[in-house]
Design a binder for this molecule. Sequence first.
Ligand code: SF4
Length: 91
Amino acid sequence: MAKMSPDAANYRLGGDGQGQCGKCSMYTHSGKARNGGCTLVAGPITPYGVCDYVAMMPNPFGPMAQEERIARAQRHITRVQATPHMAAGAQ
Ligand code: SF4
């Protein structure tokens, strides 16, 4: 089946509550390539794009309370600061 053109799908820069290709169930990506693809829309697809057919995948971890979000971020920062090569790269 032929894929839809980016123009027909209204492919554009995502974010700001519109969703993003990188979180869409139709986004495909392999290796370290900068862009991926899409099972619906033709062409290279950036994970930061979005189109009118976005199908956001549910968060596998469920909703997270703000306190838990902050606690996880603090644990991550503590781990990075305790790892010399990671802390040096973070400067
Ligand atoms: S369907 Fe749209 S939002 Fe989803 S990956 Fe393809 S281009 Fe991106």
